[in-house]
Design a protein around this ligand. Sequence first.
Ligand code: NAD
Length: 290
Amino acid sequence: MVAEIIDGFAIAAELRRDIAARAAEMKEAYGVVPGLAVVLVGDDPASAVYVRNKLKATAECGLRSVEHVLPANTSEADLLDLVGKLNADPSVHGILVQLPLPKQIDADKVLGLIDPDKDVDGFHPVNAGRLSIGLPGFVPCTPRGSQILIDRVLPNLAGKHAVVIGRSNIVGKPMAQLLLQKNATVTIAHSKTADLPGLCRTADVLVAAVGRPLMVKGDWVKPGAVVIDVGINRIEVDGKGKLVGDVDFASVAEVAGHITPVPKGVGPMTIACLMLNTLDSAARRIAAES
Ligand code: NAD
């Protein structure tokens, strides 16, 4: 193997320790404990696991979390009502509504009601706009975490070509904005892109956020490139479930300079950045009120 592994698990643990130290200082200086409200609607097992992990990380970082679990048949009006209450609650600095939501609920409407200054997921159109014009706001956790990993191994992106595969609002587009802010020349590729392997071969930084197991192969990658694998896909190997990314780790690690593994790459950074966004939210409120 040629590539160096970017240890997202260890870097996220370091970040959580730093957040815990800053949260303790905040409590000491201002008596404020950053609070995260997590709303889970329905009984999707994957969502329940994500929420559990988020709540665990909150406690580890010395933040406060309040979980709101609502039944699958919750009406849109009831959920909007809860979001309104959380918006008005001064002890809540971050509001996270776990997606997907049941069919009867319009997710855009719910996410659009979250106070942009408590939108620690960074999904509100106001925060997407702030990111695109370079104003301070909340950056979605997965791209924020991915950018921290890239900064570790390639801090200067001026003159570099970054290719992001995937144009979702929660990963691909904000990732591209962050890379652009870092002075990379950015291409966003997607399902209609022609000659994707050829394009990827021109990338100094390649971010895969597609949701297709093992799609990016070694011969798609420029020697020495930084490869960030956002994908989380469950596949069957020898009758057993296995988590893999969008990158074929075995072949790409023979070519790339740096690569994130799946699991223990981008995933832990996503959760750590949720904590970071919640801490930032509390710090901004303190600054605004003093
Ligand atoms: P999405 O389905 O919203 O978007 C996928 C994107 O991939 C689309 O823009 C689509 O155009 C593009 N695409 C699909 N097929 C393609 C192809 N054959 N060639 C090129 N582009 C193609 O997904 P998402 O929410 O952005 O998530 C992407 C992946 O990242 C998923 O595997 C998801 O589970 C994972 N994810 C991981 C984390 C994490 O914390 N690690 C967080 C969010 C998402």
